[in-house]
Design a protein around this ligand. Structure first.
Ligand SMILES: Nc1ncnc2c1ncn2[C@@H]1O[C@H](COP(=O)(O)OP(=O)(O)OP(=O)(O)O)[C@@H](O)[C@H]1O
Ligand SMILES: [Mg+2]
Length: 278
């Protein structure tokens, strides 16, 4: 199936569509930050063409994805839903460059991910993608602020600058006053907010969240969704996987996956410009 630009924030004014040079693929080898995620630029941040993922071989092969076509634009806030085993995490792993597809093409800001070597993939994961997981994945016995600093440590940012940016990110999620606390001293919702701060601290092009509210009560879920709303209103590109309809409905665009295929793709009432397809 073909996907059309969803007409959401970031794809807005075609009038100020920048010079064609901005639409050229970004070379990850040469640049540290994607140049295609800015406002007014309409090339997809992510583009998947006939993506297939097969685990194993022969009689036991599992066709987890069976031909995914998808374009995600700067500023999209996308929710992916689907039953257990439908391929959501498989898709997320590909989007996050944690895995490479068996076949098909995945381009991240115009770069075919299959052409990047391990070091380049690691760099893309670290600098361009902010990951949020269901189980928070914070490092135990390390303070919240130290957890948030981690991507910057790997990114080679100096200590004082790291601390400043980590505290700023914690402040954004309302947890500056818990900066010195370790994960086991925080509630589940607070831990997830630390994880969101960690995902945001490097100002990634894309925020990817796999069941971010799956382990949270409804109050914490609301807090997390409010943060996502805020990020979306700033034009951040967000992809979340969720089982929960009410979580998906907060996004701007809902995708249903079943048996390794996208079976529906529609804008929600929260989409900034409904019904626009280019
Ligand atoms: N590493 C693997 N090896 C073999 N099969 C796998 C592997 N990972 C996933 N699968 C299979 O691929 C299919 C899709 O799995 P995936 O984890 O993407 O589903 P999901 O939609 O995320 O499910 P859930 O909602 O339960 O998390 C399933 O049939 C699963 O058993
Ligand atoms: Mg899953």
């Amino acid at each position: 199936m073909t996907t059309t630009p969803p007409g959401s924030a970031g794809t807005t004014s075609t009038t100020d569509l920048v010079a064609s040079s901005a639409l050229q693929p970004v070379d990850f080898r040469a640049r540290s930050t994607l140049q295609l995620a800015g406002p007014g630029i309409s090339a997809p941040v992510l583009e998947l063409i006939d993506i297939q993922q097969v685990y194993g071989a022969g009689d036991t092969a599992v066709h987890a994805l069976r031909g995914i076509d998808l374009a995600v634009y700067a500023g999209d806030y996308l929710a992916i839903m689907g039953p257990s085993g439908s391929g959501k995490s498989t898709l997320m792993n590909l989007l996050g460059c944690l895995d490479i597809a068996s076949s098909g093409t995945y381009s991240l800001a115009g770069n075919d991910v299959a052409t990047l070597d391990e070091a380049e993939l690691a760099r893309v994961r670290n600098r361009e993608i902010g990951f949020i997981f269901q189980s928070f994945n914070l490092v135990p016995r390390m303070s919240a602020v130290a957890n948030v600093e981690l991507p910057l440590v790997y990114g080679g940012v100096k200590r004082a600058e790291r601390r400043r940016r980590a505290l700023e990110a914690l402040d954004r999620v309302g947890l500056a006053h818990r900066a010195g606390h370790e994960p086991q001293e925080l509630s589940g919702g607070q831990q997830q907010r630390v994880a969101i701060a960690r995902a945001l601290v490097g100002s990634p092009t894309l925020v990817l969240a796999d069941e971010p509210t799956g382990n949270l009560d409804s109050e914490s879920t609301d807090e997390i969704l409010a943060i996502f709303d805020q990020l979306a209103s700033e034009g951040r590109t967000i992809v979340i996987i969720t089982h929960e309809e009410h979580v998906a409905e907060r996004s701007h665009r809902m995708l249903s996956v079943n048996d390794g295929l996208i079976v529906s793709d529609r804008l929600t009432p929260h989409a900034p410009r409904q019904g626009v397809s280019v």
